[in-house]
Design a protein around this ligand. Sequence first.
Ligand code: SAM
Ligand code: SF4
Length: 415
Amino acid sequence: MNATMDKTEILAWLRETDAARLAELWRRADETRRRQVGDAVHLRGLVEISNFCVRQCGYCGLRAGNTRIARYRMLAGEILEAARQAVKFGYGTVVLQSGEDYGLTTSWLADMIRQLKRETPLAVTLSLGERSDRELAAWRAAGADRYLLRFETSDRHLLDEIHPPLGNRKRDRLAILRRLKALGYEIGSGIMVGLPGQTYASVANDIELFRILDLDMIGIGPYIPHPGTPLGSGFQIFPPVNGEQVPNTELMVYKAIALTRLVRPDANIPATTALATINKKNGRELGLQRGANVFMPNLTPLKYRRLYEIYPAKACIAETDVKCHGCLNARIHTIGRHIGQGPGGRRNRDLPSAERGSRSRSHPQLHTDVVLSRALETVEPLRVADPSTLRSTATEDGRSDLARLPQTLESSSHA
Ligand code: SAM
Ligand code: SF4
């Protein structure tokens, strides 16, 4: 069981139910984590800077079509204050996350990044959706270090149903990841586990893709249904036949984390908030003991936190940042680990993969679409009960959002 594990083995592990065998998987993942990235748990302070979004992802509570949430965009002073708090707590990174919000203009955000880098020693990670090359280049030039963009699932048919394109703009997160890498960002991606219509074979493909892409960070969380979204409120995707549907359970998430650690030993892997949401008691600790090495404590001001409702009952929406910090400290020490110092980027990231200890099959020139097509060869096409339901809503709303775009840019509260 190692980084050369093939897809058949990965699939067998994803279906494994024997507790003793699984205990062996956890042990191997934990041992690999300790050997490759050590006992430090790196903390990334998460600031959810805006919940505006022009997209219509079928799974997410922030989708433009959800009119039931009040929208907010944080002020520059509020973001800087959250970053200062990150420094005070000893975090090495601040993660600025939002919906795909074009009210966060290129120049405003570039100024914000410059100010953050001037005032703090923090690494700056962005997670702002599918922004243009020009924007990504401007933010990198301003000092942004990393970018998170999950590919969500490698099953293209499924993704087409649940993550519709914006107007006539093509959706291609892998191409954006390639461009981010060329711009010099550390790149992070990831998936949701247990999406309706997601098969064991497609999660095995996702893990293969983690191995192939030279990712610095890999985020894996359970899909959590949100009743205000098409996917969470009855939009029917025919379940895959013969028990092939992957459950959105914590056990499946632990398996995906552990296998990812084994195929990508040197990656930074967070124990995600979504995992903490489905097991508030000790989901994060178990994630850390089964391959993960990063935590993302929430630094969003309390008055906004409840409004960043990607899915319901999110962990840590009512605790102050001070309380969150204390709680995480205690959890990390309880499992015999310690908090990492400094930005905590991927170790030896500029070395060829063989010298990093990762036996990833990544190749700098590899064209990921070709790789993805290969990885997808075995995935059965998805059947949707009523394809018009999601598509028509998405196209209509997507268009009207695009039409509103120039106005949103003009009327940005940051101008
Ligand atoms: N808008 C940016 C984007 O889509 O990349 C960043 C913010 S988005 C809320 C961050 C991540 O939340 C997504 O990549 C997706 O994996 C996750 N997410 C959205 N809805 C979810 C749900 N219902 N359950 C679990 N995770 C979800
Ligand atoms: Fe917007 Fe991201 Fe949610 Fe999609 S996942 S609706 S892009 S916030």
